[in-house]
Design a protein around this ligand. Sequence first.
Ligand code: GDP
Length: 196
Amino acid sequence: RAAAPRDSWSSESSGSSGSWDPPYRVVLLGDPGVGKTSLANLFAGLQDRDLLEQHGEAAYKRTLSVDGEETTLLVMDTWQPEQPGEESRRRSQCLQVGNAYVIVYSITDRGSFESASELRIQLRRARQAEDIPIILVGNKTDLVRCREVSVEEGRACAVVFDCKFIETSAALQHNVAELFEGVVRQIRLRRGGKES
Ligand code: GDP
C-alpha cells in the first residue's frame, strides 16, 4: 500500500488541493453578540498567542495536540453582520475560505438560533458539493435563567443540518477546549476519508 507521508506538515510534494493544507482555516459564524470573539480569544489565549492580521481582521493560529497528533488551526473571527445595501463580497468570501465552520448562537437569544439555521443553509448553498465539517455551538450556558433555546432543540437542529453540536460557556471557559478539539477531529475524519 502507498504509505501516507509520515510528516503531513511537509507535504508540498503531494500535489493535492492547496486548500486542504494546514493550517486549517476555521471560520466562526453567527449573529453579533453571541460570543464569537470571546471563543476565539480563549482559543488563542490557551497557549502563546499569535495574532495575525488577515485582511485587517483577527485570525488566531495555534497548534493543538489532539489524540497524540498535532494539528494547526487558524481560527478566523471575520464574520460581519449584513448591512443594508452593503455588497456581500466579504461575507461570501467567509463562506468560501473555511476548511471548517463553527456556527455560534446564544442559548439566551432565540433569534440567534434561527440565524444559525439560516447560516447553515447559506453555507450549504455556497459549498454545495463539499463535505465540510460544521459544528453548531450554543454558547452562554452560564446564563441559566435566561435560556431561550433548550439543549434538545440545539441537538435536534444539528441532526437536521447534519453537523456536530456542543454547548459552551466562554465566560466559564466550559467546553471551549472540547469545541476546538472536536473541530480537529472532524477535519481529520474528512482528511482521512479523502486519503482512503
Ligand atoms: P461576538 O459579537 O459574537 O464576537 O460576541 P462577543 O464575543 O463580543 O461577546 C458579546 C458579549 O457577550 C460580550 O459582552 C461577552 O463578554 C459576552 N459573552 C460571550 N460569551 C459569553 C458567555 O459564555 N457567557 C456570558 N455570560 N457572556 C458571554
